[in-house]
Design a protein around this ligand. Structure first.
Ligand SMILES: Cc1cc2nc3c(=O)[nH]c(=O)nc-3n(C[C@H](O)[C@H](O)[C@H](O)COP(=O)(O)OP(=O)(O)OC[C@H]3O[C@@H](n4cnc5c(N)ncnc54)[C@H](O)[C@@H]3O)c2cc1C
Length: 328
């Protein structure tokens, strides 16, 4: 049986693996088949991860994180987890291949997925003008004309934030009123750079190498029109990947995994969460990595408190029965 299994190979999973491996816990990372490396595999330039002043391509950053975890003894398996049994002292994980892995502890770091519009050009031009993260990509749209799709708080926040860079920001919304809170609406209405396109859905995204515009469909009369754009930010919601643990772990009202205060401890002893799957707000690579650190340190303390053999602390020394809440 393993000391720790980590589900997920994004910044949270690999950072947890680096810490757990350096603590001689020989973590098993279940990386998934086609989505190994997580969300950053879908992006090009990452300019805000510390330590890379020139920026780094998303897939290269993830390859470096994986290499760093493997260097210290993490084992990475490219397969999807299809079910988990989290109750009791032994955590059981079943893979798509049928293989079953068992461990004394588990870190759940499956991330979250931005909701997609679900049209052809969206996937093709993702990272080439189609974005799901204003904080990540706003900087690339200086003096450009862009649009935000959505009518909730996060759409208003992204639109307002993007006016720092773009010369013009359209907000495309299906209805003639917003879901966003009054204060967020007022802030957006007052902003001269923001123009609302009401009763409109994006029917197609245009462009060969990069976004050049969108086809809009009027949701009232079905008429179509084109709008020239340099970029489009999709802000229609985000779904934490929690389906494997429904009914086993407590969730928050926002649908993220509930954890105890600033720790990574979930509602089930021995099960820890990290990264975007527990974060309704920040959702950045570096915050996910920090969260992976917390989870690995909490696992070390948990195993040490169990008195499990071979559960040394990060310095290589044995921890003698640390109190349960003594997280970093
Ligand atoms: C297009 C795009 C661009 C972005 N650009 C930036 C940026 O420039 N800078 C920045 O800081 N942030 C950026 N972000 C946000 C950043 O990618 C996330 O905050 C970060 O990846 C979250 O890390 P995570 O480890 O929690 O989850 P993820 O990176 O989503 O990783 C989750 C992992 O869990 C695995 N998984 C899920 N289900 C299973 C299963 N059943 N079995 C096995 N494995 C499973 C997935 O395969 C994946 O490996 C961007 C996001 C997107 C979508």
């Amino acid at each position: 049986m393993r000391h720790v299994i980590i589900i997920g190979s994004g910044p949270a999973g690999y950072t947890a693996a680096i810490y757990a491996a350096r603590a001689n816990l020989e973590p098993l990372v279940l990386a998934s088949s086609v989505e190994a490396g997580g969300e950053l595999m879908n992006t090009t330039e990452v300019e805000n991860f510390p330590g890379f002043p020139e920026g780094i391509q998303g897939p290269e950053l993830m390859a470096k994180m994986q290499a760093q975890a493997e260097r210290f003894g993490a084992e990475v398996v490219y397969d999807d987890v299809v079910s988990v049994e989290l109750d009791g002292p032994v955590k059981k994980v079943t893979m798509g291949s049928g293989a079953v892995h068992e461990a004394s502890s588990l870190i759940y770091a499956t991330g979250s997925a931005p909701r997609k519009i679900g049209i052809e050009g969206e996937q093709r031009l993702s990272g080439r003008g189609v974005s799901y993260c204003a904080t990540c990509d706003g900087f690339f749209f200086r003096e450009k004309t862009i649009a935000v799709v959505g009518g909730g708080d996060s759409a208003m926040e992204e639109a307002t934030f993007l006016t720092k860079f773009a010369s013009k920001v359209y907000v495309i919304h299906r209805r003639d009123e917003l879901r966003a809170s009054k204060i967020m609406q007022e802030r957006a209405f007052k902003n001269d750079k923001i123009e609302f396109v009401w009763n409109s859905a994006v029917a197609d995204i245009l462009g060969d190498e990069a976004v050049t515009g969108v086809v809009l469909e009027n949701t009232v009369d079905g008429s179509r029109s084109e709008l020239a754009l340099d970029g489009i930010f999709v802000a229609i919601g985000n779904d934490p990947r929690t389906h494997l643990v429904h009914g086993q772990l407590d969730l928050t009202d926002e649908g993220t995994i509930w954890v105890d205060g600033r720790s990574s401890r979930t509602s089930v002893p021995g099960v820890f969460a990290a990264g975007d799957v527990l974060d309704p707000t920040y959702r950045q690579a570096v915050t996910a990595a920090g969260s992976g650190t917390i989870a690995a340190l909490d696992v070390e303390h948990y195993l040490a408190a169990l008195g499990e053999a071979g559960a040394p602390d990060a310095t290589g020394d044995q921890i003698e029965g640390l109190p349960e809440a003594d997280a970093a």
